[in-house]
Structures are given as C-alpha cells and as structure tokens.
Design a protein around this ligand. Sequence first.
Ligand code: SF4
Length: 343
Amino acid sequence: MTSAHERIEAARKRYGSRLAILGHHYQNEAVIRHTDFQGDSLELARKIGGLEAEHVVFCGVYFMAESAVALARPGQKIHIPHADATCPMADMAPAQRVEDVLNELRSQGKLVIPLAYVNSSAEVKAICGLYGGSVCTSANAKVMLEWALQQGDAVLFLPDKHLGNNTANQLNIPQGERLQVSIRPGQPVVDMKKAAYARLLLWPGSCVIHHALKKQHLDDIRRAIPGVKIVVHPECSPAVVRAADSAGSTSHIIRYCAQAAPGAKIAIGTEVNLVLRLADKHKAEGKVIVPIKTMRCTNMAKTTEERLAELLDNLDAATPLSLPADVSEHAQVALTRMLDICS
Ligand code: SF4
C-alpha cells in the first residue's frame, strides 16, 4: 500500500510549480517536511502575494487560510487539509458581537479603532478594514498598536487580552488607560465613565494553550535546570511574560535560539512542535532546548500527513476555500494596511 508520504511526493511531481504548500511553525514534523515555506502568520501572509502557484495548500488553522484567500491573486485556489482546524481564540470573537460592541463603544462620540490579532475570523478582519482599523501579528503588535492609537481616540484590541496587555506594557500604557470590555449579551459593554479615560479597550479572549502556562511552571524549570534562559510567546499572560528572560513571536523565539551561545540551556513557552524542532536543529551546537511544559494545540494537530495526502490525491476536484466578496474585500483592506505599515 502506498504511504501518505509517497502519495504527497507523487502529487508534487504531478503538479510541479502549480502547487505550493505552506506550513505554520506549529505543524508537526511529518507535515512540515512537505512544505515549501514555513513561517509564522506574518511571514506566511507576506508569501501569498508573490506565489505563482495555482493551488496553495495552507497547513495551519482556518483563519490563516482565510487570510490567504483575502490576499490571493485572481484565479489562485487556497486549500486547507482539515477545515475543522479552527482556532478557539478566534472563535471567542464572533463578528456580529464585535460589530455590536464597537458600535456601542463609538455611540458616546469617541472614535474607537478596531485592531484585530490575525488570530480572528475573516469577518472580524473585514470589520477592522471597514471601520478604519487593521490587524496585527505577535511580531508587529507594538508597531500596529502605536499606529492604531494615532488613528482615533481609543483602540479596541481583540481577541487576545494577553497580547493586548503585553503590548501595552511595551508601550508603557498605564493600567488606568486600559479597560476590558464585557461581551456578554444583555450586559453593559463597559462602565461608560471609565471608558471615557480608556485608550485601550481589550476583548476578553485568550489562547487556551498559552494561557495554561503559569508562573509556577517557570519557577519549576528554573529550579530543575540551573542557568536556564526562558523565552515565551506573548500570548502567555503578563505574569508569565514578566517572569521570562525574553518574550516574542515565533520568529523571535527562533532567532533567540539561533543567536544563543553554544551550550546554552533554553526553556520555551509555546507550542511544543516548534520547541521540538528547535531542540533538534540546535542539538549539534550543544544547545539544550526544552519545553517549559508540553503545550499542544489540538487544532493545529488536526492537519496530519494522511489528511494532506487525501487532499492532494484529489486536488483538482477539491473545493477551494472562498469568502463572500465583501468580506474578502474589507479583510484585504485590513491586511494590506498592516503589510504596508510593516513593510
Ligand atoms: Fe489558536 Fe492557540 Fe492553537 Fe494558536 S496555539 S491556533 S492561538 S488555540
């Protein structure tokens, strides 16, 4: 029987340059070895515009493939091996609720600019495009939040409260100027008196995987590995980010490991597939790289080698991902603003 690996290789030969496979760093090794490009959300978003391939297979979670659809050129077909690979954090910000909350915040005459982390649906990105806002990744959140603050009286940052707070800490935005909104239907969104002073309004979402990492885990690993350096992703809570030696996007974490001296001991707080890949990559330099805690994104794990093979077996017959024209148009506005600002 032909293995999934062989079927993928056969499809690659059949399609040649008509096919490009992109993979997020959190994908497992069996999938990532078949990709033409690996990267974080920003790096992969940037790739789309320059790809000649007719078929682009996006190994990641749903919102990433949606962004690819919004940025694709006419005729390009974007596919995702497992359409149920969603991001629970993106699901914490339903588009209709986002628009209702934004309108309520603006009803007092304040110009509130929406800024969505890329881990959000295309509909939410479209709202950002439509209301003069944009999107950001963990790699450019500081630049984009600064930009958004200059566009109006306040920013609604969503859906990740941890990334919002960590970025606000980098920009020295005082706690008194931050306010978490309530998104429960039937409840006031904010205390309007407090909202008058708030420059940063935070959606109460978070990544369940990164939120599960606690300061205690960092204390434990420092005791277990004397001299260890700790680097974490800014989707972790501010308490964890404060307790780490360094914090930043997946590309920052990759650079941190590459630039560490031979023999360095590094504990990482992010999805375990990336940590294991880095451990393997730097083993020969004598670097010891370990996860602080095994953090596995079950949605990222839904894309398996077998799923990828199944898609590629029948790629011409597969229905590519699509977005309603207005959603695609406005989401593209939001994404392009970010790419232009951070070019
Ligand atoms: Fe979403 Fe967290 Fe999984 Fe990333 S790791 S896809 S933010 S649930």
